[in-house]
Design a protein around this ligand. Structure first.
Ligand code: FE2
Length: 203
């Protein structure tokens, strides 16, 4: 089965005014779609690799033949990262998490505000194209950033929240003001979706 582009879980303009409709349309229909097409092309004629899920690919990159490993890492990461990005945002979202996730954030970072500052810094200061992450690492939460489409999945961590800081995620509306985009992204975080991912990692 070739990899498929998941449908966007909302309309292009659903994330307005924080992320504009044109950006969402191009980001999903062109960029995200291209990673899917590129990965399928790279895996052509390799049924044993085509049978793997994105998770299976990204958690054991050394199992990918060396001649296609860089391309597979980039494009499989591009698909998985965007899947997580779209599915952890929604309209009328934002605010703060509650329950076990709120407790874990407090335990790991001191307060929600400290957590927010730390993740914002990681995302804003990532050099070049990349991502900011909240992951479950063993029994604690960790914040990190990665270059290109590298994912903490490949380091054994479980991603539960992500922010895309490639220019294609914000340039039309924010131009070079990445920090303004990241600040506004906090208004879109679907904490119910993030909490579900968090609970799955603790089972
Ligand atoms: Fe992106």
């Amino acid at each position: 089965m070739p990899h498929e582009l998941p449908k966007l879980p909302y309309a292009y303009d659903a994330l307005e005014p924080y992320i504009d409709a044109k950006t969402v349309e191009i980001h999903h229909d062109k960029h995200h779609a291209a990673y899917v097409n590129n990965l399928n092309k790279l895996l052509e004629g390799r049924p044993e690799l085509q049978a793997k899920t994105l998770d299976q690919i990204l958690t054991s990159l050394l199992a990918i033949p060396q001649e296609i490993r860089a391309g597979v890492t980039f494009n499989a990461g591009g698909i998985a990262n965007h899947n997580l990005y779209w599915s952890t945002m929604s309209p009328n979202a934002g605010g703060e998490p509650t329950g076990d996730l709120a407790d874990a954030i407090k335990e790991s970072f001191g307060s929600f505000q400290d957590f927010k500052q730390k993740l914002t810094d990681a995302a804003v200061k990532q050099f070049g194209s990349g991502w900011g992450w909240l992951t479950v690492d063993g029994n604690k939460l960790t914040i990190s950033s990665t270059l290109n489409h590298d994912t903490p999945l490949s380091q054994g961590k479980k991603p539960i929240l992500i922010v895309d800081v490639w220019e294609h995620a914000y340039y039309l509306k924010y131009q070079n003001k990445r920090a303004d985009y990241v600040t506004n992204w906090w208004n879109l975080i679907d904490w119910d979706a993030v909490t579900k991912l968090f609970m799955m990692t603790t089972k």
